[in-house]
Unconditional design. Structure first.
Length: 484
């Protein structure tokens, strides 16, 4: 494939056409930015709403689009090296301004960094064109792949104790790990078995309400209700699986969507059991081997801080919740990686590729689909039980269709069947918007721009390639006589 030469070739560059193209992009950006950014409603002192004009922000966005479009065109015409230098300087300057609290500079740092990476790749490819370059030796790459999981695990374990980690970061990490666990559960149904499920949040709700109802009616603790929440959700997965055994594609998606809505409406209207729209409150929090993290006003009991001689801090409970969801996610990951190598896991992948071929090979599609629905739903039940324990309150508003859509987006964005891809996608879809809250009204605009960029550059997912579940070994040649 031809690679653009990064060295300047100014005489052949149609600057007039490039400027016209960049100007057209800037005009389109102006038409979009004016209603989205240019006006802001504010409360006025006498009551009512007033209009605030932000034409300066619109001008910055339009100028950024003009410069970015022109830079991309220049990269395509062989001027990647000058663009690389200018974009790198702009990135450093924008980041420096963003650190001081300049919101617009923080927004401009993202496209400047993208231009830097784009120009750098073109420069590197042009410099290595015509000769084979091995960036990392094969042995070193294999060693890095083996060392990466223990390093990531050590980082995850030490994360709460790092000096820059506060309660806000821990809350974001807990939220991301919860969606990682949900993504891994749905990955079994969608990524491995190829069954499109749009009602996955129903199993999440079943696990949460199982704990809430048992705690309210029978005084169950979190550790007592955790296995029951998973089992109850798995049972509902089997109940869903039976009616949809003969469905596939869009029809399967519609039925699962309806199932999720049925569960939500039942939770909303079965007031005597679920509390209806009021939900269930005062759900007990997990304890550390019977030691609560906060003493009850009615009882004189030994708390976690008293037992270990520590000063009371609310972050102790948050750290404990972090390790609970981390342990649950690691168990789900280990179970999924193991079961994919077993016959049932290979049957899921075969079912995803061709159901008719599965039947011809003697694979029972009924049992295969039911096992996928049950195991995936069980993982959602565990996550739901943890969600109820973390929040202390649950209601039907927490289990709407948008939750199923977000979990499905995590699986698709990460790459169908990719465990690590789901982790990255959960951080992008769940963690990144939380970190961008400081951008205020620009938060979703920056998030949407990032999603569009991912769809352009990674349409098959962040990690579309994944290693085969099993590999066929190299044939061993047996010498004559059978000696070997």
């Amino acid at each position: 494939m031809a690679v653009a030469d990064p060295r300047p070739s100014a005489p052949g560059i149609p600057f007039g056409a490039l400027l016209g193209d960049a100007l057209l992009a800037a005009i389109l950006a102006l038409a979009l930015a004016m209603p989205l950014i240019g006006f802001e409603t504010v409360d006025v002192s006498g009551g009512g709403l007033g209009l605030n004009y932000r034409f300066g922000a619109v001008a910055v966005v339009v100028a950024a689009v003009f410069v970015g479009r022109l830079a991309l065109s220049l990269i395509g015409h062989g001027l990647a090296l000058p663009v690389l230098v200018l974009a790198a300087v702009g990135t450093v300057a924008a980041v420096g301004r963003a650190v001081t609290g300049d919101t617009l500079a923080g927004l401009l740092a993202v496209p400047a960094a993208v231009l830097t990476i784009r120009a750098g790749l073109v420069v590197w490819r042009g410099a290595t064109a015509g000769r084979e370059v091995q960036v990392v030796p094969a042995a070193a790459a294999a060693s890095a792949r083996r060392a990466a999981p223990p390093l990531f695990l050590a980082l995850a374990v030490l994360f709460p104790f790092l000096p820059f980690v506060d309660q806000r970061l821990l809350d974001i990490a807990i939220l991301v790990l919860t969606y990682v666990m949900l993504g891994w559960g749905l990955n079994i149904v969608v990524g491995l078995a190829g069954l499109l499920d749009l009602g996955y949040v129903a199993f999440y709700a079943v696990g949460a309400y199982t704990f809430g109802i048992l705690a309210d009616a029978a005084g169950f603790t979190f550790w007592m209700a955790l296995p029951l929440g998973g089992l109850m959700a798995a049972l509902f997965g089997i109940l869903l699986g039976f009616p949809v055994l003969r469905l596939r594609g869009d029809y399967l998606a519609i039925v699962t969507l309806g199932f999720g809505e049925i569960i939500r409406i039942v939770l909303l209207n079965w007031y005597e059991v679920t509390g209806g729209p009021n939900g269930i409150a005062s759900i007990p929090r997990p304890t550390f081997f019977g030691l609560p993290f906060r003493a009850s006003p009615e009882e004189d009991e030994t708390t976690f801080a008293d037992f270990f001689g520590l000063e009371f801090s609310p972050i102790h409970r948050v750290i404990f919740l972090y390790f609970i969801i981390l342990a649950l996610a690691l168990v789900v990951n280990a179970f999924t990686r193991r079961i994919r190598r077993l016959p049932v896991g290979r049957a899921w992948e075969a079912l995803r590729e061709d159901e008719i071929a599965c039947r011809s090979l003697g694979i029972n599609p009924t049992n295969t689909k039911l096992s996928a629905f049950a195991i995936g739903a069980g993982f959602a039940g565990f996550a739901g039980c943890f969600f109820a324990a973390r929040q202390g309150f649950i209601s039907p508003e927490s289990f709407t269709f948008i939750e199923s859509a977000v979990i499905l987006a995590i699986v698709v964005l990460g790459g169908m069947g990719s465990q690590l891809g789901i982790v990255l996608a959960a951080f992008v879809l769940i963690g990144l918007p939380e970190f961008l809250r400081e951008l205020n009204q620009f938060r979703m605009l920056a998030f949407g721009a990032g999603m569009v960029g991912i769809m352009v550059w990674k349409p098959l997912g962040l990690l579309a390639h994944r290693e085969p579940t099993i590999r066929l070994g190299t044939a061993r040649v047996v010498p004559p006589g059978g000696a070997g």
